[in-house]
Write a protein that binds this ligand. Structure first.
Ligand code: HEM
Length: 117
């Protein structure tokens, strides 16, 4: 079970890479208001959701304590990210503030994950 959990942590990290990478590669475009939400960002956010839920399930099955408040906060933040990226997925240009919000929320979620125990 430990191996399976670690595999899903790995997939969870691939999801972060896709979501955050999609954001970082467009920071220059963001400064001119020409960034857009790419499929990598949408699929990264979806990957976070699926792997996160599976990780909760696997940890519970294995009897490992899961910090429900922390996971709930991460889920709520990811929900906002997903809604924004999904709704605006076909727009060719996304305003600076909105694009920046998604990057900021992603970074906040990373630090919640690593600092809150
Ligand atoms: C953008 C959204 C997210 C980011 C950036 C993120 C980030 C991370 C990171 C860096 C880890 C590894 C470090 C650690 O173990 O704490 C992790 C683990 C984990 N994440 Fe996420 N996560 C996100 C969303 C979610 C969601 C939505 C869920 C659940 C519904 C979730 C559930 C978990 C679980 C259960 C673990 C491993 C167990 C633990 O906390 O020790 N994550 N996440």
């Amino acid at each position: 079970m430990d191996v399976l959990i670690n595999v899903f942590i790995g997939l969870h990290i691939i999801g972060i890479a896709s979501l955050l990478g999609g954001f970082l590669t467009q920071m220059k475009a963001m400064s001119t208001g020409t960034a857009r939400f790419t499929p990598a960002m949408l699929h990264g956010a979806l990957t976070m959701l699926v792997t996160g839920v599976v990780l909760v399930g696997l940890n519970q099955m294995d009897g490992n304590p899961v910090n429900n408040i922390k996971v709930g906060v991460k889920l709520a933040i990811l929900f906002v990210i997903l809604c924004l990226v999904y709704v605006k997925r076909d727009e060719e240009q996304v305003e600076k503030a909105l694009f920046g919000t998604v990057g900021g929320l992603t970074v906040i979620n990373i630090f919640i994950a690593v600092l809150w125990h």
